[in-house]
Design a protein around this ligand. Structure first.
Ligand SMILES: Cc1ncc(COP(=O)(O)O)c(C=O)c1O
Length: 567
């Protein structure tokens, strides 16, 4: 099984200018591509000043050099409780630990809480480091309207190419995050896993002439008019001409790069829908703040109620050949930041939960549909695992590594017995006039679902005794040669009804069938017209009524309709 990496940069098509830079001999921070990429970035982002830098961390450090320079009396900086560590570290390069104050997080946006009442409680004469986590943009112009007294700086390393600005404010048309006049300055990263990459690299943005003046000196050794005489404490944060050349070629092809990433994101959403993971509430994506457009950096999803630790979750995906990352830990998880004073109180629970439940999944621009399918299939498997659901596919018995599996047939007999003796079961009449043996001959899929005794053995569902004592349900897809149709059948055990297992079992079986048959066949079912509960389940899971036969509806789920969004 080939491993799917969290990110493979797509740099090869954008090497032409970099080779030119190397051949020209201008490989340090002088050369034409520094100017070309800077101008291009300014033009695209509609920002007055841009300074290319060596990486996102030093660009973020410059936010605080700028803040200190322009607002020397500010002594309190609000920072988010969950963020990539470089954001806090950059603040600590200029401010002491006791000057940082930790903000509460929002469980739906995965960013800082921006509720009006909460923002109103923040101290005056303070600054805020805004971080657009995993590409979800915080509406900074709105925050500035709420708190005109506060100074905002943006770590836009993950938010690059996102937008903010609300239409209802005439002066507030959507603009790229990090470029508003509401913000003092912003930073981006061009690290290898970013939408635009120069390997290592970053940039500093501001519309303020004085800030630009100051940072253009301190980022490059504090050059004065007289060579080797320096007036300020400064740094070497320069980008090379070769890196700038990579940047320039990508900026010239920006629309295509964004389209590729958008395809990956849209496909993930379609696949999650195919498994019914979003509507069922088992998986959530972040909510966007009003007046913002997120950027397609890395696809992240929240597995609601994930009780596994970050390491256990990563190990599960790793065992399935998929590289994932957890969402950022709360600030106190880091030894050097554990003593920070904060205003979060009990709300740390949100930060802990976000870190535990959210995973970032592979998001390379060149991911194939099959790779993305494998990722979301594994998410589905993980959700089943969390719910303690094991699945036993019966027709696997002859093909299980060449060895017959010992349990399935006796198990199936016992299960059919349970079904036949369920006096409340008037709707699933499939086995009333069939033997198991004849039924199996025409089955494309026969699945038995049961609660895993030990969630850890959820991957090897071979124990027939488990299946009987903790039986959840049964589902099949049966081919009927007369009608030339595939028919779906489902039974949920009496003691397990009302626990939302129906949708899980239905989608699992049909998805398995679609994959197995390469999305060639529609699936049909028949349901009593009076069985409102079942009708509702089928309708919300994409079945539609196509015929009425006496007291029975025939419903169809188009398999190609399910995959429309992802082909
Ligand atoms: C929010 C945030 N800030 C800062 C950085 C640092 O950027 P770099 O890795 O280019 O130094 C990153 C990294 O990507 C980041 O995600």
């Amino acid at each position: 099984m080939e491993r799917i990496n969290i990110y493979n940069p797509n740099i090869a098509p954008y090497a032409k200018s970099a080779i030119d830079a190397i051949e020209s001999g201008w490989i340090s921070n002088h050369g034409k591509y520094i100017g070309l990429a800077t101008e291009k970035l300014k033009e695209i982002m509609k920002c007055k000043h841009v300074i290319l830098m060596a990486n996102g961390t030093c660009a973020t450090h410059c936010l605080f050099l700028a803040l200190k320079h322009a607002h020397p009396t500010i002594t309190k900086i609000y920072v988010p409780n969950n963020a990539y560590v470089a954001a806090w570290n950059a603040a600590l390069m200029e401010y002491s630990e006791c000057q940082l104050s930790v903000m509460r997080m929002d469980a739906s946006t995965w960013n800082i809480c921006t509720d009006e009442e909460y923002i109103a409680t923040l101290d005056p004469n303070a600054a805020m480091l805004v971080v657009h986590n995993v590409g979800n943009v915080v509406n900074v112009p709105r925050l500035k309207r709420l708190r005109p007294d506060m100074v905002f700086v943006e770590d836009n390393c993950e938010g690059f190419l996102g937008k903010y600005g609300e239409q209802e404010h005439d002066d507030d048309q959507p603009q790229y995050s990090g470029t508003s006049d509401a913000t003092l300055c912003s930073s981006v990263s061009f690290y290898g896993n970013k939408i635009i990459t120069t390997g290592e690299g970053g940039a500093f943005f501001t519309n303020d002439d004085a800030i630009y003046e100051h940072i253009s000196r301190v980022y490059s050794q504090g050059m004065s008019a007289k060579r080797y005489v320096h007036e300020v404490h400064a740094y070497n944060y320069r980008m090379t001409n070769v890196q700038a050349a990579f940047l320039y070629d990508q900026l010239c092809d920006l629309d295509a790069i964004i389209a590729q990433k958008t395809r990956v994101f849209d496909t993930y959403v379609a696949l999650l829908n195919e498994h019914d993971l979003l509507r069922s509430g088992r998986v959530r994506l972040y909510e966007k703040e009003a007046g913002t457009q997120s950027t397609h950096w890395i696809f992240a999803l929240r597995i609601v109620g994930n009780t596994k630790t970050v390491d256990e979750t990563a190990a599960f995906f790793d065992a399935n050949g998929i590289d994932v990352r957890p969402f950022f830990y709360p600030i106190h998880a880091h030894a050097h930041l554990s003593g920070l004073t904060c205003v979060i109180g009990d709300d740390d629970a949100v930060s802990v939960r976000l870190n535990q439940e959210i995973i970032m999944v592979p998001s390379s621009p060149d991911m194939t549909l099959d790779e993305q399918r494998r990722v979301i299939d594994t998410v589905h498997k993980f959700v089943m695992h969390l719910n303690g659901v094991n699945v036993q596919t019966i027709q696997d018995q002859d093909h299980h590594n060449g060895m017959p599996m010992p349990m399935p047939m006796p198990m199936l007999h016992q299960i059919v017995n349970i079904i036949k003796h369920d006096t409340d079961n008037l709707s699933f009449r499939y086995f009333n006039n069939r033997t198991i043996e004849t039924a199996l001959q025409t089955h494309a899929i026969t699945n038995v679902y049961y609660v895993a005794d030990d969630a850890n053995d959820a991957n090897d569902a071979n124990d027939a005794n488990d299946a009987i004592t903790d039986f959840i349900g049964y589902a099949h897809i049966d081919f009927d040669a007369v009608s030339n149709r595939h028919w779906f059948g489902i039974y949920i055990c009496k003691s397990q009804r009302g626990k939302k297992y129906g949708a899980l079992v239905l989608n699992d079986t049909i998805h398995q069938f679609c994959i197995q048959t390469k999305y060639q066949y529609d699936v049909y079912l028949s349901v009593d017209c009076t069985n409102m509960h079942a009708l509702h389940l089928y309708e919300i899971n994409k079945f539609e009524i196509v015929e009425t036969r006496d007291t029975v509806y025939v419903m169809r789920r188009k398999c190609n309709a399910v995959s429309d969004g992802v082909m």
